[in-house]
Design a protein around this ligand. Structure first.
Ligand SMILES: C[S@@+](CC[C@H](N)C(=O)[O-])C[C@H]1O[C@@H](n2cnc3c(N)ncnc32)[C@H](O)[C@@H]1O
Length: 265
């Protein structure tokens, strides 16, 4: 079986809105960690709407290649002279012969959690960069998510959400595996860190954090019901409780995105 799998979040306008919001909340920290140099040739695996791709391309001042499987995402993606966005699967990237081994940086964020064979994808990323080139993986480990004081019904909802990944053959805990994926793909792991992704009710960015989690869970509603993971009444009640909880002054979300970096030998 290849890396092809159903994409849990889908590509509805609501989900595309969530993805844009996620980009607004996360990209500043991602760009700081990426420390892109002028002239870097970059390839972005699973580029989605291309927002982080464009930030990376601008920082490098070079044309970036983005690979995205969904026509709906590409139709709504950023359009810019610095972006060469290609329809294709990250398990069989549409690169020309001379492009393999030519990039300085291969990047993937929130993509490996949606493929069935992440190692195959990371091997392609390693092959895409030149010797000494960088491979950067950013992904979720949903087990580290905490919100407190916990909203009613949240634990069963979050558990069902995680189970909806493995029902699709995907790994909701891929974050902890990023360094070993780099190693197993033949790269030399050089760095492991987190990008903090939490907030509390007093912060201006709080509504964005709440909206991101709410729409992620609401977007997986059908998958959770169809998979027999949780009933519709429990899901809906927990989603309402989550929104109400978000108005409490002591409400907080604690989360971090796993980050791993390797170099091609
Ligand atoms: C959560 S989005 C992240 C997009 C982007 N990397 C970002 O951080 O904003 C995941 C994207 O990966 C794409 N995707 C999932 N599986 C893919 C595959 N096998 N090949 C190419 N793209 C894929 C989805 O269509 C979606 O646009």
């Amino acid at each position: 079986m290849g890396a092809e799998s159903a994409y849990l979040h889908g590509t509805s306008p609501a989900e595309q809105g969530r993805l844009s919001l996620l980009n607004r909340l996360m990209n500043e920290a991602a760009m700081r960690e990426l420390a892109i140099s002028k002239g870097d040739l970059i390839i972005d695996f699973g580029c989605g709407l291309g927002q982080l791709s464009l930030d990376m391309a601008r920082a490098a001042g070079t044309r970036l290649v983005g690979i995205e499987r969904s026509e709906e995402q590409l139709a709504r993606a950023e359009r810019h002279a610095l972006l060469d966005l290609r329809l294709g699967d990250v398990s069989d990237p549409p690169l020309r012969d001379h492009e393999w081994g030519s990039f300085d940086l291969a990047h993937a964020r929130f993509v490996l959690e949606h493929v069935r064979e992440p190692l195959e994808v990371v091997r392609h990323m390693v092959r895409a960069v030149r010797p000494g080139g960088r491979i950067v993986l950013q992904d979720d480990d949903h087990d580290v998510f905490r919100c407190w004081p916990e909203p009613a019904g949240f634990t069963p909802l979050w558990k069902a959400f995680q189970r909806s990944y493995d029902r699709l053959g995907c790994d909701p805990y891929i974050g902890r595996r990023l360094v070993s994926l780099l190693h197993d793909a033949g790269a030399a792991p050089v760095r492991s860190t987190w990008i903090y992704f939490g907030s509390c009710a007093a912060e201006p960015k709080w509504p964005g954090f709440v909206e991101n989690i709410h729409s992620q869970l609401a977007g997986a509603r059908e998958a959770m019901i169809e998979g027999g993971l949780l009933g519709s009444a429990e899901i809906d009640a927990a989603l309402v409780a989550f929104r109400e909880w978000a108005h409490r002054p002591e409400a907080a979300i604690w989360y971090s995105i796993c980050w791993a970096e390797g170099a091609r030998r």
